[in-house]
Design a protein around this ligand. Structure first.
Ligand SMILES: Cc1ncc(C[n+]2csc(CCOP(=O)(O)OP(=O)(O)O)c2C)c(N)n1
Ligand SMILES: [Mg+2]
Length: 581
């Protein structure tokens, strides 16, 4: 158990033994340390400034950000990478709300995270008498996260933190809110009683073993397939069951399609990878096995023309959440359990005589994939100025190939969709991106946490708009001297930099200042800034940054005309029937 910090209370009357005391501040820190939480992502202020200071003094790494949303995103992705809840610490009302976006996003993406916010006086808040930063934070957080708790007494801190940890990581992981009122921190109690009140969470995410009958049913369906497909989602990446997942996919011989954050679970260059034949496999498959992937909008809900409707596909789904089954289409073989336990059970039940996947199908997928890769190749070699997306991404693809351990962060529209297709990943959990919501603003928070949690070099490939949502954190990157290289695909705007406002003098809604030099922002904080106008220059600059580990920002000048509206999802835009084209 961690050594609880204590204070000696002076004797009140002569001869009385000194009582060892602790307080709310120390109990929170001791409870976190006892549970192996060694990093806090933080923005200081009343009432948690001293908590951050004291946590740092007690050996917890406290990383202070410029905005809570970025600290929250950092905590969320730390949770994804480590399977321990990432902790974000904020002040009350506005700080809490800033962190809440990240908490909701973490919950949607099934990342385990705890948002700890200080809050104002309960009595004043509940009577709505206008306290400093008054807000009923617990009530507001509840619908946006997996669980929400408030601790009113120092003696309950241990239990409160234990509940938060369990809620975040057990079952389907998600975001948890923990409300700590200002008064709690100064509450004093006997140190020994305080120590005893702490809880070390045992087996925080217990294995959930699938039923043998469910495993057999799934394998029977898979075996009956003529054109089987396996789809790996980020739940499979989270599971850290990398060897078993690879063994299962390889033993099955079935083509696999990785969702974007599952890329690298098996290398994108693996002979069974169907990433470059995505539309073919979705359309033509007859049995689809989902492993830690949901049939949400990212997979067109499992129906419609992308799936070759009318079809009679059969779906097998492996997921920890029973309610996920039949959420969009019928699941003929649900396998409910944690991904690690499920995949190892599937692997064991396959036995030694598992038949090879039908050769006409695997051959057809391979042919399509090679055709598409060949079509793409010349686009990736264009060395022009200004660059187009493919030319710039061709350079970055080589950088990642040469550094498979580096972590790639990616957000934007064209910058995201094209990078996802072009940049091959080779190892698990190396690609972190906008996830289920397609949210902008994860960039610098994810980059910082990825560097802190893994110690590996980080390459953040950012649209110029996407970067703007968290751009101030380049100061944080410089302050902590993190090995982060940010590449901004600067096309002067959102989707394209060429829009014109037909009605007046204001700029069009999607364009930014032309010819901006984002590299100068990095120089302002002592980092390295580079302006790159060709793929060769870009490659050289990224190589230098990745080798040196110095905080670097490269302004990659992209032709403003080369993107398309909303990247690959322009079809989701509603259309006005009245608007004249
Ligand atoms: C929080 C949030 N706000 C707004 C959006 C809408 N949106 C989607 S992509 C995008 C920016 C795209 O521009 P950029 O990052 O420059 O990428 P590009 O297509 O130009 O390469 C925006 C604002 C969003 N996804 N998330
Ligand atoms: Mg842009």
């Amino acid at each position: 158990m961690a050594e609880a910090a204590v204070a000696k209370k002076p004797a009140t009357t002569t001869g009385e033994a000194q009582e060892e005391l602790t307080d709310g501040f120390h109990l929170v820190i001791d409870a976190l340390k006892l549970n192996g939480i060694n990093t806090i992502y933080n923005v200081p202020g009343i009432p948690i400034t001293d908590l951050g200071r004291m946590a740092q003094a007690a050996g917890i790494r406290v990383i202070s950000f410029r905005h809570e949303q970025n600290a929250g995103n950092a905590a969320a992705i730390a949770g994804f990478l480590t399977r321990k809840p990432g902790v974000c610490l904020t002040v009350s009302a506005p700080g809490f709300l800033n962190g809440l976006t990240a908490l909701a996003n973490a919950t949607t993406n099934c990342f385990p995270m705890i948002l700890i916010s200080g809050s104002s006086e309960r009595e004043v808040v509940d009577l709505q008498q206008g306290d400093y930063e008054e807000m009923d934070q617990l009530a507001i957080a509840k619908p946006l996260c997996k669980a929400a708790f408030r601790v009113l007494h120092a003696a309950d801190i241990g239990i409160g933190i234990a509940r938060a940890i369990r809620a975040a990581v057990s079952g389907r992981p998600g975001g948890v809110y923990l409300d700590l009122p200002a008064k709690l921190f100064g509450q004093v109690m006997n140190a020994e009683a305080g120590r005893k009140s702490l809880v070390k969470v045992i087996d925080a995410a217990p294995a959930q073993i699938p039923a043998a009958a469910a495993v057999k049913r799934a394998l029977d369906v898979l075996k009956s397939a003529k054109r089987p497909l396996i789809i790996l989602g980020k739940g499979a990446a989270y599971a850290q069951a990398d060897d078993d997942i690879r063994a299962f996919v390889e033993k099955s011989g079935v083509p696999f399609l990785p969702m974007s954050m599952a890329k690298g679970l098996l290398p994108d260059t693996h002979p069974q990878c169907a990433g470059a034949a995505r539309s073919t496999v979705l359309k033509d498959s007859d049995v689809v096995m989902l492993i830690g992937a949901r049939l949400n909008w990212l997979l067109s809900h499992g129906k419609g023309k992308n799936w070759g409707e009318p079809h009679s596909k059969k779906f097998i789904q492996v997921d920890i959440e029973p309610k996920e089954m039949d959420s969009n289409v019928e699941i003929v073989a649900p396998v409910v359990g944690d991904i690690g336990s499920c995949v190892s059970a599937l692997l064991a039940a396959m036995g030694d005589k598992w038949p090879a996947a039908p050769a006409d199908w695997t051959g057809a997928v391979k042919a399509k994939r090679e055709e598409n890769i060949t079509k793409m190749a010349p686009k990736l070699m264009k060395n022009t100025a200004p660059m187009d997306y493919h030319g710039a991404l061709g350079a970055l693809r080589t950088v990642v190939k040469e550094r498979p351990d580096a972590i790639l962060i990616n957000e934007g529209a064209n910058t995201l969709d094209l990078a996802r297709g072009v940049i091959d990943m080779y190892k698990p959990r190396k690609r972190l991106d906008v996830g289920t919501w397609g949210v902008m603003g994860i960039g610098m928070g994810f980059a910082i946490a990825a560097a802190i949690e893994t110690g590996k070099p980080v390459l953040a490939v950012e649209g110029d708009s996407a970067f703007g949502f968290s751009g101030m954190e380049v100061e944080t990157i410089c302050r902590y001297k993190l090995p982060v290289c940010v590449v901004i695909f600067n096309n002067d705007g959102i989707y394209r930099g060429t829009d014109v406002n037909p009605a007046g003098s204001d700029p069009a809604t999607t364009v930014f200042v032309k010819g901006s030099r984002y590299d100068k922002m990095m120089e302002a904080f002592g980092g390295v800034g580079v302006n790159a106008t060709t793929p060769d220059e870009l490659k050289r600059a990224v190589d230098t940054a990745m080798d040196s580990g110095k905080p670097t920002l490269i302004n990659a000048v992209i032709d403003p005309a080369s993107g398309s509206e909303s990247g690959r999802i322009g079809n989701l835009n509603p259309q006005s029937v009245l608007r004249k084209k």
